[in-house]
Design a protein around this ligand. Structure first.
Ligand code: UT7
Length: 334
């Protein structure tokens, strides 16, 4: 019996209009455009002033449904990857379900920080592969500006807000769609990248606010060292175990945290920069949204085409990291 595979049949994204440029940061903290560009590759990011993560997610899903030509009522399951849910509960998936009128869907959130999209994608794929669902929406959305300390130059220049979604459906071709994945987590990395305030460990108090515990904490150098090896290793591993060389991969779709990490991963995979999706310059690190945001932009511009082989790769807080291999099957953009 041939295996039913899950495949992405549509993609869409939404970003807020407002931009925060490196020049803006020069006025806010002790930094320079030159430092930010050379250390990170970032030039500007989008900021959502009014609204929440559910708005980013709902708009991205609506774009995706439009691109596929289906209504929200056809969705069976909504999975939202985010570390900036609108609230602890109900889940952002519930809020989005109501907002878009997905009256036949159930849903839940996945928390895996910068690896949220691959984790949610692989989770969603299981429901397709087992025949439980026929249409699963996976959305990565984060309003990182809601947990960013804009007086901390180490971190505030890194993050932006965005939402991007994909639709998963069964593939008619068992050699296409999501072909393989390698996912990991290692909680010993918790101390290097976290947000300690607000949860059951440190419920909100005046003290947690005074100590800025509701903002992202990151030891950038320590994270860099582990991320640059972890993302490259897992990408090389998924290629090796599928007998793929650089020439067999059309696109690397990396999490956009730092251009130097992306370059190291591409180098390890034997890929030229021309085969790497990079938009960190325009959006910064949008956490769970980075990978689907790349997919959506590259599909929209006609560069990501049906039949192409892609490797997605991520590394983030947890630690969480992984790679997903897939053959792209969505109809080309018109
Ligand atoms: O997405 C989840 C996973 N996250 C990542 O993968 C992020 C990984 N880490 C990184 O991308 C990089 O470590 C950063 C971009 C966060 C920082 O780059 P770095 O090259 O590791 O810089 P650094 O932290 O070692 O800082 C170097 C210097 C320091 O000054 P001293 O101690 O050498 O005098 C910092 O204080 O740069 C200083 N610095 C800045 N200078 C100007 C830190 N932030 C800034 C800034 N502008 N915004």
């Amino acid at each position: 019996m041939t295996k039913t595979r899950a495949t992405i049949t549509a993609v869409g994204h939404w970003v807020p209009e407002e931009r925060l440029t490196n020049a803006d940061f020069e006025k806010m903290v002790d930094t320079t455009d030159e430092w930010i560009r050379t250390r990170t590759g970032i030039v500007e990011r989008r900021i959502l002033r009014n609204g929440a993560t559910s708005d980013l997610a709902a708009n991205a899903i609506q774009e995706t449904l439009k691109n596929r030509g289906i209504s929200a009522a056809e969705i069976d399951l909504i999975i939202v990857a985010t570390v900036t849910p609108d609230m602890f509960f109900p889940s952002t998936a519930c809020l989005v379900q109501d907002r878009i009128g997905a009256k036949n869907a159930w849903g839940f959130d996945v928390s895996a920080a910068c690896s949220g999209f691959p984790f949610a994608l692989v989770t969603g794929a299981q429901f397709i592969e087992t025949g439980t669902c026929r249409k699963v929406v996976v959305v990565g959305a984060d309003k990182m500006s809601s947990i960013t300390d804009y007086t901390d130059r180490n971190n505030c220049i890194l993050f932006g807000d965005a939402g991007a979604a994909v639709l998963l459906e069964p593939s008619a071709d068992s050699s296409a769609g999501i072909l393989d994945h390698i996912l990991h987590c290692d909680g010993s990395g918790e101390r290097f990248l976290n947000m300690h305030g607000g949860g059951s460990l440190n419920p909100p108090t005046h003290e947690t606010v005074d100590k800025k515990m509701h903002y992202i904490f990151q030891d950038g150098k320590a994270v860099f060292k582990v991320a640059v090896v972890g993302m490259a290793d897992v990408s090389a591993e998924i290629m090796e175990r599928n007998n793929l060389a650089g020439k067999d991969v059309d696109w690397l779709v990396p999490h956009q945290a730092n251009l130097r990490i992306i370059d190291a991963t591409a180098g390890r995979m034997g890929l030229d920069r021309s085969k790497v999706m990079i938009n960190i310059d325009k959006y910064g690190n949008t956490t769970a949204a980075t990978i689907p945001l790349c997919l959506s932009e590259w599909w929209q511009s006609g560069k990501l085409k049906k039949g192409q082989t892609i490797v997605m790769a991520s590394f983030g807080a947890g630690w969480t990291w992984g790679a997903v291999l897939m053959k792209w099957t969505a109809e080309d953009a018109r």
